[in-house]
Structures are given as C-alpha cells and as structure tokens.
Design a binder for this molecule. Structure first.
Ligand SMILES: [Zn+2]
Length: 379
C-alpha cells in the first residue's frame, strides 16, 4: 500500500511542521454521525504529479487506501448550491477540494473566500470551461489554464493550491507537460457520481454509493452547481459513514503563483467594472509574495482517536508523462482490497529521471478513455 511506494512519504503530526496548519480543538457538533477527516494528504506539486485513475497518461500511484475517499467538487462556485453543500460538509465535520472555474470565481468571489474560510482546498478548472482543451490550440489551452488560476486566486484574495482538473478529464501530453513546468498537480477521478446527468437526488445517492463500493473508495467527482448534488450530499455522506468509508483531505504543500500579467489584466478589468470607467491595465508587478497556504482550522479531528488527523506528505519526483501502455486504469477499473487499481498501467514508483516534455501531439482524435465520450455530453 502507501508505505511501500517509492515516494517520499513522511508521516507528521499536524502542526508539527512549519507548513502544516494549526488545527483547532473545536469539537465536531455531531461526532456520532459525522465522517470527520481521517487523515490529511499534503501534496508537493512542484514536479507536476498526476493523480486519479481516469487517465491514459503515466501517473502517480494511488495514495488512498481501501475504503478511503476524497471529495471533490467542480465547476462552481454557485452560491445557491455551494452554500448547502458547505453546510452539509460542516454537519459531517469533513473537508473537500473544489476545482473552480475562473469566470465563476470572478462572479462570486465571496463564495470562493467562504469555501476556503471553511477549511476546504481550492484548485481550478480553467477560465471558462471549454468542453475539450485538446480541441484548442496549445496557446489557447494554456491560457485557459493560467487565466483560470489567476482569476480564482484573485477572487480568493489569498494563495490557492496549484491543483488542476481538466474539463471532461480531457488531458493531453503537451498540456500535462505545461502543468509539470508550472508545478501544478493534475487530478482526474476514480469515482464519477454522474451528477451532471442524474436529476433525482435518490438515484444520484444510490449511483454514487454503488460506484464508491465498486472502486473501494477513491477520488469522487461532484459538481457544486447542481441541485441534485446539493440535495443528495447529506444522504451520500451518511451512507459513506454507515459503510465505514473514511474521508481523506487533500492539501497542497505549495502555493500557486499566477502569471503577474494575467493578474494585472484581471484586476484592471475588475477595477474598470467597479468604477464604470475604462481603466488602464496595470504594469505587471513583482511575483506574488510567497505565502504559506492558508488553511482554516479543521474543526474535526480524527473522530476515532480524537486526535488531530495525521498528515501524509507526498513528494513525487518528476516523471515523463507518456502513455501508460495498453492496460490503463480507468474509472471502471475496480480496486483490490489493498487499494491498488486491479489493472493499473502506471509504473508504480518508476519516477522518470528528469522532467521532459511529452512528445504527443495535441490531438483532436476521439479518446476511448474519455468520460465525455463514454458518458456523453459535457461536464
Ligand atoms: Zn467541469
């Protein structure tokens, strides 16, 4: 399992290291029914690791053990649904990772701040959510990624995690190489709730739990712009608790540094909007000050031990992001009892010697592993 992976895995008690957050001793309001946070995985993103089962590219080994889940929410914020989702997470004293769209974050900056203020991790999901980044030129796709980060960080008013998820999970070699160069960790998924297509909260909860059981846990994909997700989440969290699943909270060891020119452009646009005048674009300033990521207190200790959740630090080395071969792990690949994907194509522990650009074309061809192609539609 995790201990035998050739990663630098350090076990620390939360609060013991300089970059770890200070954890509050606030008790969970409902410890009996709560999920809590069983442990924290702190990811060093500087080598641009790729996590999650659903990709055909070389990726890092799964960091979750059996019956461990990570909760993730894409596409927001949208206060109407984001707020009840935050409330449900609070009621269960647990934490999630949000991958926000730049334009949405600019529209609802207070919501971005609230998500982070309530202790969740903030990543990004492009500027305007094009359905398939691979269909864009490389320059436009990279701008989507960079602009999304700059916009979400600006809305947050504080450093955000260098965590990214591709819309439709449409990754590509050149774009993954860009993420590696920029020190951004990419996350696909292990469990698709399918909340983009299921309107009934009951059906959504049943489908999600069925998939979580089938995969023996994993990174779960939700969207906090869906009514069904907001309605089904309490049931899903309750079922996870009843079935003995544990929530792992992902955090970043580093902060993302947006491109100063993009931040300046977005700020100028904001100012112009606020004043109703055309503002001159500011000259790009110094690199943003390096700050320790802000994490709100986790008001939920590990509910079993009543201690602060332990922190596992992952510091993967750079690896060449090549196709993983013919037996790719996909979202439909079951996970064995020890938490490994049954048919993973990842070379576990075989970190590449140096960071290199993948040589794959920026292709538009149909991808047999694309969830968009399998499920249809877009999300
Ligand atoms: Zn999306």
């Amino acid at each position: 399992m995790i201990r035998r992976l050739s990663l630098t895995v350090t076990m620390l008690l939360a609060g013991a290291a300089g970059l770890s957050p200070v954890l509050a001793d606030e008790p969970c309001a409902n410890p009996k029914g709560a999920l809590g946070v069983s442990r924290i995985v702190e990811i060093d993103a500087k080598a641009g690791p790729l996590y999650g089962g659903f990709t055909k590219y070389e990726k890092e080994p799964r960091f979750l053990g059996p019956k461990e889940v990570v909760l993730t929410f894409d596409d927001g914020p949208l206060p109407k649904y984001t707020k009840p989702i935050l409330d449900a997470l609070d009621r269960f004293c647990t934490k999630a990772t949000f991958f926000y769209v730049g334009q949405m974050a600019q529209a609802y900056p207070d919501m971005v701040k609230e998500v982070m203020g309530r202790g969740h991790t903030m990543g990004t999901h492009t500027w305007s959510h094009p359905l398939n980044l691979r269909a864009l030129t490389l320059a436009k796709a990279e701008d989507q990624i960079e602009r999304g980060f700059a916009a979400v960080a600006l809305a947050a008013g504080q450093p955000i995690a260098p965590f990214f998820r591709f819309p439709g999970l449409s990754d590509s070699g050149p774009l993954l190489a860009h993420l590696q160069e920029r020190g951004i960790a990419a996350f696909t998924v292990d469990v698709v709730s399918n909340d983009s297509y299921i309107a009934s909260p009951q059906r959504l909860a049943a489908r999600t739990i069925e998939q979580v059981e089938h995969r023996n846990g994993g990174i779960i994909l939700f969207h906090d712009i869906k009514a069904s997700t907001a309605a089904a989440l309490p049931t899903i969290l309750n079922e996870l608790k009843k079935r003995g699943f544990k929530v792992v909270h992902m955090r970043s060891k580093n902060v993302f540094e947006p491109l100063p020119a993009l931040t300046a452009e977005l700020e100028a646009r904001q100012t112009a909007k606020a004043t109703g005048k055309t503002a001159n674009a500011k000259t790009p300033g110094e690199n943003p000050k390096k700050l320790v990521p802000f994490y709100a207190p986790i008001a939920t200790a590990n509910l079993e031990t009543e201690a602060a959740p332990e922190v596992t630090v992952l510091e993967p080395e750079a690896r060449e992001r090549v196709h993983a071969g013919g037996t790719h792990a996909t979202a439909s690949t079951p996970v064995t009892a020890d938490g490994e994907a049954a048919a993973t194509g990842a070379a576990v522990g075989a970190a590449g010697p140096a960071r290199k650009k993948a040589r794959h074309r920026h292709t538009r061809e149909k991808d047999p592993f694309s969830l968009t192609d399998i499920i249809g539609g877009s999300w």
